[in-house]
Design a binder for this molecule. Structure first.
Ligand SMILES: C[S@@+](CC[C@H](N)C(=O)[O-])C[C@H]1O[C@@H](n2cnc3c(N)ncnc32)[C@H](O)[C@@H]1O
Length: 287
């Protein structure tokens, strides 16, 4: 695989990639919405998915904040009619393109709620469950994956959740350019792409430089919660999080799985393969 894969449809980075959008598309097709799926969901390569500007941008940061090494695999996936509909209707109020050009006013965006950033929500089922269980916390859910963005917006709407906002683009640019220091009440990273091949380890999200940046955006006492089913990545997470001086581990080593974290889609795939899941819970120190 090249450093910046030129072929968006190329294989996903690991054994159980966050794919499987086919069921949603199949359900829409069964309801007679199949023809919309093809035109809304499979644009020509290079063509914007929402040419009228109502949905997420294809490349929100353009080239000004380009990062050469990315922790995600650029890919184009089919957006089902339900997802496309949610994106068209909800994006203008609940969506945010990560263009790296201005600071976000989180108070205004979340009506004053404390805000937790979730990086890499995939299809968003666990995100929606956590938002429903804790309506007093806003979740800024960030991913690059358009079908997942549409799915999460549809879930939020269907379940009457007003505490979710969806950010489209690279979380590093969001943290670096668009979030104020000390503005987050928490950070969640569940089952980040493990990039198992040694030559791809540099693509892993949880690295010392990433954490040095992310912790500056956390308020004192903010919780950092990570989980993975990839043992070598769990070891790397524990090492990197433990070495970050502004964080303290709430447990000695890995944390017991907290009740408040629902099973995620990716986690289920890992468990089916017999993988062991590790949670890590750290807190931002006061100074
Ligand atoms: C392996 S999936 C896990 C999804 C979900 N948390 C779960 O457990 O089912 C990782 C997700 O992180 C996203 N991702 C990776 N790097 C990212 C970044 N820098 N910014 C935003 N999203 C990212 C990918 O697009 C992908 O959807």
């Amino acid at each position: 695989m090249s450093e910046n894969p030129a072929t968006p449809e190329s294989a996903a980075p690991d054994a159980h990639a966050p794919e499987a959008h086919a069921p949603e598309v199949a359900a829409d097709e069964a309801r007679g919405l199949g023809s919309t799926a093809v035109s809304a969901a499979t644009p020509r390569r290079g063509a914007p998915m929402f040419p009228d500007g109502t949905g997420p941008a294809a490349d929100p940061a353009g080239s000004h904040h380009e990062r050469r090494i990315r922790s995600f695999q650029p890919r184009r996936s089919r957006v089902s009619p339900t997802q496309a509909d949610a994106l068209r209707r909800r994006w203008p109020t609940w969506g945010l393109d990560i263009d790296g050009l201005s600071r976000i006013d989180l108070d205004a965006f979340f009506d004053g709620l404390p805000v937790v950033l979730e990086i890499g929500f995939g299809m968003g089922e666990a995100t929606a469950q956590m938002a429903a269980a804790d309506p007093g916390t806003g979740i800024l859910a960030c991913d690059v994956h358009t079908p997942g963005q549409g799915n999460l917006l549809a879930l939020a709407e269907r379940n009457g959740l007003s505490n979710i906002r969806v950010a489209n683009g690279d979380a590093i640019i969001l943290l670096r350019e668009m979030l104020a220091p000390g503005s987050l009440a928490g950070l969640r990273i569940y089952f980040p792409d493990p990039w198992p091949k040694k030559r791809h380890h540099k693509r892993r999200l949880i690295q010392p430089e990433f954490l040095a940046l992310a912790t500056t955006r956390l308020a004192p006492g903010a919780l950092v919660h990570c989980a993975t089913d990839w043992e070598p990545y769990a070891e790397q997470m524990l090492e990197v999080l433990s070495a970050e001086p502004t964080l303290e581990n709430l447990h000695s080593g890995y944390a017991p799985r907290p009740d408040f974290r629902p099973l995620t889609k990716f986690e289920g795939q890992g468990l089916d393969k017999g993988h062991v899941v590790h949670d890590l819970l750290f807190r931002r120190r006061a100074t």
